[in-house]
Design a binder for this molecule. Structure first.
Ligand code: SF4
Length: 327
């Protein structure tokens, strides 16, 4: 397996203003994340809103300042990129956002929207650019008649197809899709999910899928990393995690989806809201909401326990399991 991107002990923090007092506070959004992304896979990053998954994705794209740690792309630290390398990186890595209406300029036609990245980044002439745009439009299942229309003339699902076509015009290797179906009607979600799967196979794309929807992950992802307050609390192959989730937070996320839950098991209700990333809990960050919390969890942050080569979870319940070093 070729590793296309990785993070090493990554921390991302940013300052924000506290309510009307205007007092500054620090959001600790990503806290020591080590993540490998394999070429050609769909890696899902799962978790509640506010868990740091979108900040992690933005850091991977060099859109967030890194406090410490590294992001490597094809083995090279992205903070060492020259201007030319950064330009190439921006072409290879594209993003698809949650809301296709706000991510498409309403004053531009579809042809203008899709041509823009090619006009800025290549020396292709107008005819060549139009040909690429037409190819991409067809690849996402739309007709070439739409080129002179504006984004508001389309449904949500069609707009997301256009946003995906825009991500494809630069022939990317790597796409970060941030909640790509959560703003769409349920009936349309499956079409966009299937489209992403088809394009991934067709172009050997690597996709990071940011989502809170475990059903989408089960269907689409090869691997899952579950995030809680800026940490990855469990990761592994999708099948392994869905068959045998270990971390209490992963179990709670899964139990909230009727299709996934075992008929004999009740939905796990987490107590309280997600704590603020400006004031992280001590010890295991999940201890304030965990039904299995023990004394040790309050002041100590657990290490990862390995259940297989790539399945790991960060929880004191599995202290007796063998660690990776012992394998
Ligand atoms: Fe719960 Fe303790 Fe495991 Fe954290 S370490 S998830 S608090 S049991």
């Amino acid at each position: 397996m070729v590793n296309i991107a990785e993070t090493k002990d990554l921390y991302v923090e940013y300052r924000t203003e506290k309510g009307i007092s205007g007092e500054k506070e620090i959001v600790k959004a990503v806290n020591g994340v080590n993540l490998d992304v394999n070429q050609g896979e769909i890696l899902a990053i799962a978790g509640e809103s506010g868990c740091g998954k979108s900040t992690l994705a933005r850091a991977l794209m060099k859109l967030e300042p890194i406090k410490s740690g590294k992001v490597l792309f094809s083995g090279k630290d992205i903070s060492d990129f020259t201007k030319e390398e950064l330009k190439k990186f921006r072409q290879k890595v594209q993003m698809v956002f949650q809301n296709p209406f706000s991510s498409l300029n309403p004053k531009m036609t579809i042809l203008q929207i899709l041509s823009e990245p090619l006009e800025i980044n290549t020396r292709l002439n107008k005819t060549e650019i139009k040909q690429i745009v037409l190819d991409k439009i067809r690849q996402v299942g739309l007709s070439e008649d739409i080129l002179d229309l504006y984004p508001h003339e389309f449904s949500g699902g069609q707009r997301q197809r256009i946003a995906i076509a825009r991500a494809l015009v630069m022939d990317p290797e790597f796409i970060i899709a941030d909640e790509p179906v959560s703003a769409l009607d349920v009936s349309i979600q499956a079409q966009i999910i299937n489209l992403l799967k088809k394009l991934k196979d067709e172009f050997n794309l690597t996709i990071i899928l940011i989502t809170h929807d475990m059903r989408v992950i089960e269907y689409l992802a090869d691997r899952v990393a579950v995030m809680y307050l800026g940490e990855i609390v469990e990761s592994g192959k999708t099948k392994e995690i869905f068959n045998s989730p270990k971390h209490p937070y992963t179990k709670a996320l899964m139990s909230s989806v009727p299709k996934i839950i075992d008929k004999n098991k009740a939905k796990i209700i987490l107590s309280g809201d997600l704590p603020s990333p400006t004031d992280l809990p001590s010890g295991c960050k999940f201890h304030t909401r965990c039904n299995h919390c023990m004394d040790i969890c309050v002041d100590n942050n657990p290490d990862y326990t390995y259940f297989s080569d790539c399945h790991q979870a960060k929880c004191f319940l599995y202290n007796k399991c063998i660690t990776k070093e012992q394998q």
